[in-house]
Design a protein around this ligand. Structure first.
Ligand code: HT7
Ligand code: ZN
Length: 870
C-alpha cells in the first residue's frame, strides 16, 4: 500500500485566510457551499489540489465565473484546478453529501437522529473539497439551515452571530457561527439535532464571562454536572499553572452515542463520546469519574496545545497529543494524589505502550511514514509522548520548563509547528541559548525518532572501606527494528536507604543522567556505614524504560515495606509478584519467597489500612495480564491466567482474617461522594475480590446484594468479585445488574463487557447471543468494543486451543470493517502478539490473520494486518 513519508513534506502553495461554509440540511442529503479566499504563496503558478471523498460536485466557480471541464479534473480522491489565478481569488464550490448513510463516523454522519461531525484526522474531505491538511489555517464563518422541528439546535465552532427563521410558516431556520481564530480544518465541527442543554458560566482571571453549555439527548441533563465541574476545574488549573486563559465567549460540549474515540477538541465545540460526559456516582465508577474529569480537561487543554498551536503535518501528532496528555496527567495528579496517579499512568504504559513497542506495530513517537494516519492514534504517540515531556520537565526543573513552554506558546501561537520547534523553544526559553543545555539534546531527540523500549542494566559493588556504593549502568534499546547502537538521555532519579537505620534515606531523589552506553555512579554513604545501602531506582518512574538490576529479594522486600516514593514502593511489590508468578509458571514455585511476600503484605496492611486505603489496594493488586505475558518468550495465555487466579486464591486465603477485619472498618466511609471515599471503595472492592476467590460464601452473597447499591463503584466491584466464579451467584448478579440498567446504554455497555469477558461454560454462543441482543447496536463502537473487546479478555474462550475463538473474532472484525474501518483497524491489534504464543495459539491466530488478509478489508485494517503478519 502507498505510504506517506515525512521526508516528502512540502508546504501547501496557497494560503486560505478565510472560508465561508453554508450547509443546507435536507431530509435525504445536505448541500454544502464553500467559499474560500485563496492566495498563491509564490508568483509562479501551481495547480490547486483539493481533497474530496464521497462528495458529489454540483458547480464550481472562480471570482464568479463558472469553471468547466477540463479547466478542472475530478476523481474519487478530489479535485484539481489546473491553472488557478496568480493572485488572490475567490473559489466557490457547491456540492452534495449524504450523511444519512455514512456509517464510518468520519465527516458528517447521523447518530441517534442528530447530525454530527468528526474531522480529525482526514474527515473534512468528506464534507467539502479542501486541502485537508493541518498546516492550512483559516478563519471560518458557518451558516446552517434546517428544518426547525427535526433540528432545533444548529451548532458550529466559535461564537453565535445570528439566528432566525427562514420562511413565513416557520418550518426552517438558520444559525450563523463565527470563529475568529484561524484553525486547521480538522478542528471544524457541526452539530444539528434535537438536543437539550445545561448551562453554566466561568469567569476568567481577566474577568471575562464564558458561557458553558453541555448538549445532550433529552432526559440526560441530570448526568451533566460532573462534566461541567470538571471543565471549570480545568479552566482554572490552566490559568493558574500555565497562565493560559480561554479565548472564545462560549464553550460547548456535545455528547454523542456513536463515536470512534473518546472525544474531540474542535475549537469551542468539543464533541464527546457520551460515555465520557454522562455520569454521576450512581451510573459511573470512581475510576470512570476520574477518567471523565481528565478527558474533559484534556480536550480543554488542547485549546492551546493543539488548537492555537497546531501540527504542521500528522507526523507531528505527538506535539499536541503527548504534550496534552502530559498536561491532563499533571492536572489529575494535582487535584487528587500525585503518587497514585503516577502508579496508574505507569501501569497503563507498561501494559499497553510497552506491549505495543515490543510488537509488530511498534513505531517511533515521531514516525517517518504511515499508510492510514488513523492507525497512529496510539499509546506510543499519546502516553509515551507524554513521558518524553515529563523527562524534559525533570531534566530542566519546573521553573525552567515553564519558561520554555511560555516561549513556545508565544512563538508559535496561531501557527502550525513541529516537535523540533517545540524542543528548541523549550530549551531556548529555559536556558536562553541551546548551547547552554546541560544534557545532549541530539541524544534526547532519539526518544522521538527511535521505536522500542530502552533497557537499562544495573550492577552494584560496595566499597566497605570507604563506604561508597559504586553503581554501573548500561543502556540498550530493546527493539526488533533497531539494530544500531543508539544512545539516549535517560534520567534516573534515585534514593538510597541505610539498611541499619531502616526507612531513613542516605541520599534522596538525586538525579543521575545516563547518556552513554555505559556510565558509572559513585554514591558516598555515611562514614562508618557497614553494609551496602538499598538502592531505590527510577523513582517516580523517571524514564519510560525497563531495567534489570542485581538488587536482591531482600532489597525488594525492604523497599516494598519502607520506600517513601509511591511508585518505587509499588514497583517493588510488583517485581516480587512477577517473580512469584514467573517461578510458578516454570513449575519451580518459590514457596519461601511467597511466604515472605505474604508476610510483607500483612505488615503493609497493619501500617496502611486506615491512612491510605487506595494505596493499600494498589499495593496488593497483581500486575496486569499484558505485563505478565511480556515476561515470557513463549506465552501460554491460559496457563498465565489460571496461575494468576491460583496465586490470588493463595493471597486471599493467607490474609483472610486481616481482610475481614478491614472490610468492617471501611464501611463507615463508603457512602461519601467522589472523590471522597474512593480509597475505601477501592479497597473494599479488592477485599471482596480476594475473599470471594478464597470461597467466602458470605462475601459472595453480600456481593449479589450489593449490585443494587447506590454507588456504581460498589455495584461493579461486586460484579468483579463474582466474575471468576462462574456459578449461580455470578449469573444472579449479572441478571440483577442488567435489569437495573437495561434502559441506560452507557451503563449497559459495561454489562455487555462483563458478560463477554467473564468465564462461562456455554462457550462462544454467549458472545454470538450478545451480538444479536436487542439492546446491542452494531453502529456504536462502544458496544462493539464492549463485546468484542470483552471477549478478547475472556482468556479461556478467546484463546481456546482449537482456534475457534480467534476465527470467530476475525469473522466479526471483517463485518465491523465494512461499516467502520477505524474501529476495526484498532481492534484487529488483538492478534498483534501471535508470534509470541505457544504453537497451538500461534497457529490459530495465524490462520485468523490469513483469513482477514484474504477478505475484502479497508486499507486502514489492511495496513495493521500486514504489519502483524510480517
Ligand atoms: N484529537 C482527538 C483524536 C480523535 C480521533 C482521531 C481519529 C479518529 C477519530 C477521532 N476522534 C478523536 C482526540 C484527542 O486526543 O483529544
Ligand atoms: Zn488529544
Amino acid at each position: 500500500q502507498k505510504s506517506i513519508k515525512l521526508s516528502d513534506y512540502v508546504e501547501y502553495p496557497f494560503l486560505i485566510p478565510s472560508i465561508y461554509l453554508d450547509f443546507d440540511i435536507g431530509t435525504d442529503y445536505v448541500v454544502v457551499q464553500s467559499s474560500m479566499i485563496i492566495k498563491p504563496k509564490k508568483k509562479e503558478s501551481s495547480k490547486l489540489v483539493l481533497k474530496g471523498n464521497q462528495i458529489k460536485l454540483l458547480s464550481i466557480s472562480i471570482n464568479g465565473k463558472e469553471l468547466k471541464l477540463p479547466e478542472y479534473s475530478i476523481s474519487d480522491k478530489g479535485l484539481i484546478i489546473h491553472s488557478p489565478p496568480g493572485s488572490e481569488f475567490e473559489l466557490k464550490i457547491r456540492s452534495l453529501i449524504d450523511p444519512f448513510r455514512n456509517t464510518s463516523l468520519e465527516g458528517l454522519y447521523l447518530s441517534s437522529g442528530m447530525l454530527t461531525t468528526q474531522c480529525e484526522a482526514e474527515g473534512f474531505r468528506r464534507i467539502c473539497f479542501h486541502p485537508d491538511r493541518p498546516d492550512v489555517l483559516s478563519r471560518y464563518t458557518v451558516r446552517i439551515e434546517a428544518d426547525r422541528t427535526l433540528y432545533p439546535i444548529l451548532l458550529s465552532n466559535g461564537n453565535e452571530k445570528y439566528s432566525g427563521n427562514l420562511n413565513s410558516n416557520n418550518l426552517r431556520h438558520e444559525f450563523i457561527w463565527e470563529d475568529p481564530f484561524p484553525k486547521p480544518c480538522y478542528l471544524f465541527a457541526l452539530v444539528a439535532g434535537k438536543l437539550n442543554s445545561v448551562s453554566d458560566t466561568y469567569i476568567t482571571n481577566t474577568g471575562r464571562l464564558i458561557d458553558i453549555r453541555i448538549y445532550v439527548e433529552k432526559g440526560d441533563e441530570k448526568y451533566t454536572k460532573h462534566a461541567v465541574n470538571s471543565l471549570i476545574k480545568a479552566m482554572k488549573w490552566d490559568e493558574e499553572n500555565y497562565g493560559l486563559e480561554y479565548d472564545l465567549d462560549e464553550y460547548k460540549i456535545v455528547a454523542v452515542r456513536h463515536f470512534n474515540m473518546g472525544a474531540m477538541e474542535n475549537k469551542g465545540l468539543n464533541i464527546f463520546n457520551s460515555k465520557l460526559v454522562l455520569a454521576d456516582s450512581k451510573t459511573a465508577t470512581d475510576d470512570e469519574l476520574e477518567r471523565i474529569e481528565s478527558v474533559i480537561a484534556h480536550e480543554y487543554f488542547h485549546n492551546w496545545t493543539g488548537n492555537r498551536i497546531t501540527c504542521r503535518d500528522w507526523f507531528q501528532l505527538s506535539l499536541k497529543e503527548g504534550l496534552t496528555v502530559f498536561r491532563d496527567q499533571s492536572f489529575t495528579s494535582d487535584l487528587h494524589s500525585k503518587g497514585l496517579k503516577r502508579i496508574e499512568d505507569v501501569s497503563f504504559l507498561r501494559n499497553f505502550q510497552f506491549a505495543e513497542d515490543k510488537g509488530p506495530t511498534s513505531h517511533a513517537v515521531k514516525p517517518k511514514e504511515y499508510v492510514a494516519i488513523d492507525n497512529f492514534y496510539t499509546t506510543t504517540i499519546y502516553e509515551k509522548g507524554a513521558e518524553l515531556i515529563r523527562m524534559l520537565e525533570l531534566l530542566l526543573g519546573k521553573e525552567k520548563f515553564f519558561r520554555g513552554i511560555n516561549l513556545y506558546i508565544r512563538t508559535f501561537d496561531g501557527s502550525a509547528a513541529t516537535t523540533e520547534d517545540f524542543i528548541n523553544s523549550l530549551i531556548k526559553g529555559a536556558y536562553l541559548e541551546e548551547k547552554n543545555c546541560p544534557f545532549d539534546l541530539d541524544k534526547f531527540l532519539n526518544w522521538y525518532y527511535k521505536s522500542g523500549t530502552p533497557k537499562v542494566y544495573i550492577n552494584q559493588s560496595w566499597d566497605s572501606k570507604n563506604s561508597i556504593l559504586n553503581v554501573s549502568f548500561e543502556q540498550k534499546i530493546d527493539s526488533e527494528k533497531t539494530s544500531e547502537n543508539t544512545e539516549m538521555v535517560i534520567p534516573i532519579l534515585y534514593s538510597c536507604y541505610s539498611r541499619e537505620k531502616g526507612a531513613s534515606p542516605i541520599a534522596e531523589d538525586n538525579l543521575f543522567i545516563l547518556d552513554k552506553n555505559k556510565k558509572n555512579l559513585k554514591i558516598h554513604t555515611l562514614p562508618g556505614e557497614k553494609e551496602a545501602p538499598v538502592l531505590s531506582l527510577f523513582r517516580r518512574f523517571s524514564s519510560p524504560v525497563v531495567w534489570e538490576s542485581d538488587l536482591l529479594i531482600d532489597d525488594y522486600l525492604f523497599l516494598f515495606l519502607n520506600d517513601n516514593d509511591y511508585f518505587s514502593r509499588w514497583d517493588s511489590g510488583q517485581y516480587l509478584m512477577r517473580e512469584i508468578l514467573k517461578t510458578r509458571l516454570c513449575n519451580k514455585a518459590n514457596y519461601s519467597l511467597e511466604d515472605r511476600f505474604i508476610n510483607a503484605i500483612k505488615q503493609t496492611i497493619k501500617s496502611l489500612e486506615i491512612n491510605d486505603p487506595f494505596f493499600l489496594a494498589t499495593l496488593i493488586a497483581i500486575p496486569g495480564f499484558a505485563e505478565l505475558e511480556s515476561l515470557f518468550t513463549k506465552v501460554d495465555p491460559i496457563r498465565i491466567y489460571r496461575e494468576s487466579i491460583d496465586f490470588q486464591v493463595l493471597i486471599g486465603n493467607e490474609i483472610l482474617q486481616e481482610l475481614r477485619i478491614i472490610s468492617k472498618n471501611l464501611l463507615v466511609n463508603i457512602d461519601h461522594q467522589w472523590p471522597m471515599g474512593r480509597g475505601e471503595r477501592k479497597l473494599l472492592g479488592t477485599i471482596w475480590f480476594y475473599l470471594s476467590l478464597a470461597g467466602d460464601i458470605d462475601v459472595q452473597k453480600n456481593c449479589v446484594e450489593s449490585i443494587s447499591h447506590s454507588s456504581m463503584t460498589i455495584s461493579r466491584a461486586a460484579l468483579g468479585a463474582l466474575k471468576p466464579l462462574d456459578n449461580t451467584l455470578t449469573e444472579e448478579a449479572s441478571n440483577l445488574f442488567y435489569n437495573l440498567w437495561k434502559e441506560n446504554p452507557v451503563v449497559l455497555d459495561s454489562w455487555f463487557a462483563y458478560e463477554a469477558s467473564r468465564p462461562h461454560k456455554r462457550g462462544i454462543n454467549v458472545i454470538e447471543k450478545l451480538l444479536s441482543h436487542p439492546k446491542f447496536d452494531w453502529k456504536a463502537p462502544n458496544a462493539i468494543r464492549a463485546v468484542l473487546g470483552g471477549f478478547s479478555k475472556n482468556i479461556d474462550l478467546f484463546h481456546s486451543l482449537d482456534g475457534q475463538g480467534y476465527l470467530f473474532m476475525a469473522d466479526k472484525l471483517i463485518e465491523v470493517d465494512k461499516i467502520n474501518p477505524i474501529t476495526a483497524s484498532r481492534m484487529v491489534k488483538v492478534f498483534s502478539k501471535w508470534k509470541t504464543y505457544i504453537n497451538k495459539n500461534k497457529e490459530g491466530m495465524y490462520e485468523s490473520l490469513l483469513k482477514l488478509n484474504k477478505a475484502n478489508i479497508s486499507s486502514n485494517t489492511r495496513e495493521v494486518v500486514e504489519l502483524i503478519l510480517n
